[in-house]
Design a protein around this ligand. Structure first.
Ligand code: FAD
Ligand code: DLZ
Ligand code: SF4
Length: 516
């Protein structure tokens, strides 16, 4: 009897391991299911992107002669859950084996592993569309007390030869981060991102998503994501030709009016499998060798993909399921309600949330230093914050979202993602952005009615968590300043933060009764 290959929504690559060595009569199944669309309230653009990309990929497979079953969301027979729908199809096509490459989320992997029947087996295959496998990561991290991304990254540079000159890093340094922290001058203009036209498939999907998920946070109006490999290659070309040379120096900048800046917007295409991380890194490396992009930009980009992206995936697969329960700082607050509508006077937060609503996108520094930093300073519970990040970004898949949110932002993993929390006051946001010019608060004031709330929240956070953080050598300087602060000033700022937190409206984590 023949195998059924289940291709998940983020496995849209012709070279995915589950498509290898197939007998001629194998059936390939792609399933749109309500359960995946709503286990967190995904942004409608994210759902539309996945459905449209799945439908285009199914058509491509059919055109190349494969036998494909596509379960559309509104098929009357659709069981609306991935595992049981695949089992229904296995029975329908008389298959005794379901093959699937490692999913992007532990909950599915675990459920599939546990799912064995006398007449039907689930065969899980390693997903090798990455530079490293979880097994590679496990052997690299074995015996290391505190695994660090930087060490892992250097090892991957040596292994792949990317930006290497013999045994040495190109330009004599592994890391050019100190060149990558410039604020963005007002006069710098940003090239418009490509806008992919909707074809009939995308139009149909947009209508379907509008009909089924219109209560979810997020607008469909600006849907321009690439939904095919061809379009994704167009985005890659646009990045290389127009953005890469400035990617490095403005990597940490934020601009009130512009969501994308010099970022690549390639994460969703990479995560769905429309582009491979290797081709993207090699293409970017070539720009350095051919003299079209500076090393700080090229190295900065390659570090994100070869370093961070692989590192978070390794952590995720080697530390789950315990990783998800991490809460080093004992954070318990619900998600601020304005994360669902942007209704706040804090301009930087308002803009990050509006951009998220309009584009299912915010760039890394907005995620880390604006919404993330705010949640950290307010002790938002990891599960509440993680559900939000998983829901609202087009590129969100748990293997990459969770270490970034729980680890990098909330410092809840005991320091595996970063040796110190990325906490910052309004001063940082003022330096890196033009938001404060448009804000009713003053980033230079710590207390009083016009003080930027980030400032008192920052000092109060440090004070509250002194037991856990003050012994950290990388925090010594800042705890020194806190200790030197006069008592009355310290009391005033603590009270200011407490008043702010007491007035902050929150919603419980999704799954704990949150209405959308
Ligand atoms: P660029 O700035 O152009 O970066 C290039 C590429 O590097 C990205 O496309 C991405 O593939 C990779 N990359 C950059 N930073 C990271 C990182 N920290 N971890 C892993 N890969 C990285 N990224 C996701 O792909 N999915 C997520 O669900 C996700 N959730 C995040 C949640 C939080 C709280 C934070 C702080 C970061 C998260 N990131 C996530 C990482 C990063 O913010 C996005 O990859 C990036 O903003 C995507 O935009 P871009 O393609 O324009 O990135
Ligand atoms: C996010 C998502 C959504 C919204 N819908 C589907 C779907 O209908 N079918 C599917 O196969 N995958 C979907 N996904 C992605 C999954 O939630 C999950 O992240 C991946 O399948 C993991 O590999
Ligand atoms: Fe954000 Fe504070 Fe600046 Fe307002 S003043 S934009 S709240 S950092």
């Amino acid at each position: 009897s023949r195998p059924l290959v289940l291709l998940l929504g983020d496995q849209l690559s012709l070279d995915v391991a589950s498509l290898r060595d197939l007998p001629n009569d194998a059936v390939i199944a792609l399933c749109e299911v309500a359960a995946e669309g709503s286990y967190v309230p995904h942004h409608p653009q994210k759902i539309a992107l996945i459905f449209s990309a799945m439908r285009h990929f199914a058509a491509e497979l059919r055109d190349s002669g494969h036998r494909v079953h596509y379960s559309a969301l509104d098929d009357p027979d659709n069981i609306q859950a991935l595992i049981t729908e695949a089992e229904r199809l296995a029975e329908l096509y008389d298959c005794n084996e379901i093959r699937v490459a490692r999913p992007g989320e532990w909950r599915l992997w675990q459920a599939m592993r546990e799912r064995q029947h006398a007449v039907l087996t689930w065969q899980l295959i390693e997903d090798d569309r990455f530079f490293t496998t979880p097994e590679d990561f496990a052997s690299w991290s074995a015996g290391r007390k505190a695994p660090r991304m930087e060490h892992f990254y250097r090892e991957q540079r040596r292994r792949t030869g990317l930006l290497m000159e013999d045994t040495q890093p190109a330009g004599g340094q592994w890391n050019f981060d100190h060149d990558n922290r410039e604020p963005l001058p007002d006069e710098v203009t940003i090239p418009d991102p490509p806008r992919h036209r909707h074809d009939a498939i995308t139009d149909e999907v947009l209508a379907l998503v509008e009909a089924h998920f219109n209560e979810h946070f997020g607008s469909l109006d600006h849907f321009h994501w690439p939904v095919t490999r061809r379009q994704a290659l167009g985005d890659l070309r646009h990045f290389i030709e127009h953005l890469l040379p400035d990617f490095g120096r403005y990597q940490d900048a934020i601009r009130d009016a512009d969501p994308f800046l010099f970022h690549s917007r390639l994460s969703a295409s990479l995560n769905l499998g429309l582009l491979s991380p290797r081709e993207v890194c090699e293409r970017v490396e070539r720009e350095y060798h051919e003299g079209r992009a500076p090393l700080n930009a090229v190295e900065g980009f390659i570090r994100q993909v070869l370093g961070w992206r692989e590192y978070v995936r390794g952590l995720y697969w080697t530390r789950m399921p315990d990783y998800k329960r991490g809460n080093t700082l004992g954070a318990r607050r619900g998600l601020p309600s304005f994360f669902w509508d942007g209704d706040t006077e804090m301009r930087c937060l308002r803009r990050a949330i509006e951009m998220t609503r309009d584009h299912a996108y915010a760039h890394h520094i907005q995620r880390l230093m604006v919404t993330g930093n705010f949640a950290l300073l307010c002790d938002v519970a990891p599960e509440a914050l993680c559900d939000w990040y998983l829901a609202v970004y087009a590129d969100a898949c748990e293997w990459v979202e969770l270490p970034n949110t729980l680890g990098m932002v909330l410092h809840a993993d005991g320091g595996l993602m970063g040796s110190k929390p990325y906490c910052a006051s309004g001063k940082y946001i003022d330096r890196m952005s033009d938001h404060c010019r448009h804000c009713r608060f003053d980033p230079k004031q710590v207390t009083g009615p016009n003080a930027c709330p980030f400032n008192s929240l920052y000092w109060a956070f440090l004070e509250r968590h002194a037991d856990t953080l003050s012994g950290n050598p990388r925090m010594a300087l800042i705890y020194g300043s806190l200790r030197r602060m006069k008592n009355d000033k310290r009391t005033a700022m603590r009270e200011q933060a407490e008043r702010f937190l007491a007035a902050l409206e929150t919603t419980p984590a999704y799954g704990q009764g949150m209405h959308r």
